[in-house]
Design a binder for this molecule. Structure first.
Ligand SMILES: [Zn+2]
Length: 245
């Protein structure tokens, strides 16, 4: 059963064509390429165009790269091109960085509004900001989101799931107890697999083929056969992003 890597920063790869080749060889059937800002969004759109039916673009504005004077141009770019992507992402909040919370809230709020207007799901980064990110989505009635690499409180996870959202599993499941706890708690019908390529796990840079590690770890934690997890998570991704499978 092919897997879908639901979160990869493909535009950051110097070995992109080799990585896509290896992913196909590892039976990765599709990849969601996520953007961070105008330049990265543009690259993601191009990569998707060159790999139609394999790479699906998501346009975003990552909290790490928010600069006050660039907010409006970034938001307009996402607004203008939202229809070309399968989701809005990577977007969200990060309380471990220096970007002012007020700016992060403004940007994330506007992006959630764009997602609603364009009827797209959202890929949410929520490091140390799980409650606020969830509240902002809830207040607006955003119901189709994936809380990327969820490692937050389990009580909040229950609320997130109750609202209809998903969480995604990364190769950090090999070593991260809070991430493992979340994946154990969430039903398999609400889990997507991803790599967050090219993030390094235990000193090794990831590539989309490593979504196989996410699969293996979810199977281990759930006590399910990998083929069952593969089939369910690919079906989840297909429904969530409205991509064929
Ligand atoms: Zn990411």
């Amino acid at each position: 059963m092919p897997l879908i890597d639901c979160h990869a920063h493909l535009e950051e790869l110097e070995d992109l064509s080799e990585s896509l080749h290896e992913a196909k060889a590892a039976d990765v059937g599709g990849i969601i390429g996520v953007g961070m800002d105008i330049e990265s969004n543009q690259k993601v759109l191009n990569i998707a165009k060159e790999n139609k039916g394999y790479v699906y673009p998501a346009l975003g504005y990552h909290p790490w790269v928010i600069r006050k004077e660039e907010i409006e141009t970034n938001l307009s770019f996402v607004r203008d091109h939202a229809g070309e992507g399968v989701a809005l992402g990577e977007i969200g909040l990060d309380y471990k960085i220096k970007v002012k919370k007020e700016l992060q809230w403004k940007v994330f709020g506007e992006l959630l509004d764009i997602a609603l207007q364009s009827n797209k799901p959202v890929i949410i980064h929520c490091r140390y900001s799980h409650h606020r990110a969830f509240e902002m989505a809830r207040e607006r009635g955003v119901k189709r989101g994936v809380f990327h690499w969820y490692s937050g409180p389990l009580g909040l996870l229950d609320e997130i799931l109750e609202m209809g959202h998903f969480i995604s599993a990364t190769p950090a499941l090999v070593y991260s107890p809070p991430h493992q706890a979340a994946i154990k708690r969430a039903p398999i019908e609400r889990i997507l697999l991803e790599t967050d390529t090219p993030v390094s796990y235990q000193g090794k840079e990831s590539r989309p083929k490593d979504v196989r590690i996410s699969l293996k770890e979810v199977s281990r934690l759930k006590g399910l056969d990998p083929s069952v997890v593969a089939e369910q998570t690919t079906e989840n991704a297909s429904r969530f992003f409205k991509i064929p499978f």
